[in-house]
Design a protein around this ligand. Structure first.
Ligand code: SF4
Length: 433
């Protein structure tokens, strides 16, 4: 971001750019990548997610997504019963029959994902071969792709990364002389994507596309003239796949809060040669709206300490936003995977007193959290109740992925998600007094 246009925030002093990272490789307490289906199916309107898994997987999907009622749901689980290797041919035949029945009944499906899981009988199945076979059979009406949402390989946001990475080979090759295009990477709610599109249009950036596209027929092409902005910090494999196709990633903060959103938009403005004055005039109203709205939430958060358990990979940018724009004090920022390249601009903006941890050893981390007694702990559902029982206030990290939180107009909503549990705690203690 240009100095003249920087927000009135403390200048970075190196922050956590070179800070040591505590690497933990013990027991994890996180959801698996199947969870991503809950927000991916909302975004991709003609896609269907068929989990090839066990009854446990079916329960997870039903309970994670069960609050939503659809006339025609766009996800299901094909439950694989235990079989020995000799039974695999039958299993493949059975899978083909399930897919045939589904597609015959649902002509609206244009893209079918076979989503792998971790039960041993599923691991034995070659889902990529099954996807190729079924794609051929149902082409050109339906494309069949596969990715893994297995809890052995993925934490819950990595399911989206695996899904989007599976889409990249489906993108047509843009010719070398194609008009430069901007690609927004990450499943943003439509309303947020549309806000960003309006801002880019006002800057004069003509070709803006998104991965994932809302319909498979709108899947953009990709090539050396594609510049892409990653909207989520957990899309490392997708970014690598796009770079392998010649696209260039634009380095920026993630678009959380006024500062992050300004920097993210500015990276595109610079790449597309947008005049600096025009850029400022386009973003100023949204940036000021966000700053004003954040001021209202600030008193609830300022000076409060926060401890992040590793869960969504959003932890580093969120800690940056909460400390710089709301005055919170991040004590520990844990993340399942610390992607140094994608976080290169984020890490220097964290207070240098913050402890960074990567991976998880849940008991040791719980001990550190108990010793630190933070005002707020951000963690998965499984840890929240025990911590609340011990008098610690918690925020479920999964809500941060389900709610619209990117961009100027969502900045205060994002801050509110952290203020709410603290307000609730204060109200409860007032009631007890
Ligand atoms: Fe559980 Fe694995 Fe199924 Fe996820 S994929 S619900 S971790 S069995």
């Amino acid at each position: 971001m240009s100095e003249a246009f920087a927000l009135d925030l403390p200048r970075p002093t190196g922050g956590c750019a070179d800070a040591p990272v505590l690497r933990e490789r013990g027991q994890r307490e996180v959801f698996c990548g199947l969870t991503g289906i809950v927000w991916l199916h909302r975004k991709m309107q003609d896609a269907f997610f068929l989990v090839v898994g066990s009854r446990t997987c079916a329960h997870l999907i039903q309970s994670a997504a069960g609050v939503m009622i659809f006339a025609e749901p766009r996800f299901a689980t094909a439950i694989m019963e235990e079989k020995d290797l000799a039974g695999l041919t039958d299993t493949n035949d059975e899978l083909d029959r399930v897919v045939d029945r589904l597609l015959a009944r649902r002509p609206d499906i244009k893209l079918l994902f076979l989503v792998g899981s971790c039960p041993s009988e599923v691991i034995k199945l070659d889902l990529s071969r099954a996807a190729g076979r079924l794609s051929e059979k149902h082409s050109p009406n339906v494309r069949v792709l596969n990715y893994s949402g297995s809890g052995i390989e993925t934490t819950f946001t990595q399911g989206e990364d695996a899904c989007l990475a599976a889409l990249v080979p489906q993108m047509a090759a843009a010719p070398a002389n194609a008009e430069p295009s901007l690609l927004i990477v990450g499943a943003l709610p439509d309303v947020v994507e549309d806000q960003f599109r309006r801002l880019f249009a006002a800057m004069g950036i003509a070709r803006v596309e998104a991965l994932p596209a809302r319909k498979i027929s709108d899947l953009p092409s990709v090539g050396p003239n594609t510049r892409f902005l990653v909207a989520q910090p957990f899309l490392g494999d997708t970014a690598r796949a796009l770079e392998d196709r010649g696209a260039v990633r634009l380095d920026a903060l993630f678009p959380f809060g006024a500062e992050g959103t300004t920097d993210w938009l500015h990276a595109a403005a610079q790449a597309f040669g947008v005049d600096e004055m025009l850029f400022r005039s386009v973003v100023a109203p949204g940036r000021e709206r966000a700053a004003r709205a954040l001021e209202k939430v600030r008193p609830a958060l300022e000076g409060k300490s926060i401890f992040f358990f590793p869960d969504s990979q959003l932890e580093v940018p969120l800690a940056r936003f909460l400390s710089r724009e709301l005055g919170m004090v991040p004590l520990e920022v844990g993340t399942p995977y610390l992607h140094r390249t994608h976080l290169a601009r984020e890490l220097p903006l964290l207070p240098s007193s913050t402890r960074l941890s990567e991976g998880q050893d849940v008991d040791r981390q719980l001990d550190r959290c108990r010793a630190a007694r933070p005002d707020l702990s951000v963690c998965g559902l499984g840890l929240a109740n025990p911590l609340e029982m011990e008098g610690l206030t918690t925020k479920w990290s999964i809500e941060l992925v389900f709610s619209p939180v990117h961009g100027f107009d969502q900045a205060a909503d994002l801050a509110e998600l952290f203020a709410r549990p603290l307000n609730r705690r204060d109200r409860l203690s007032d009631a007890i007094v």
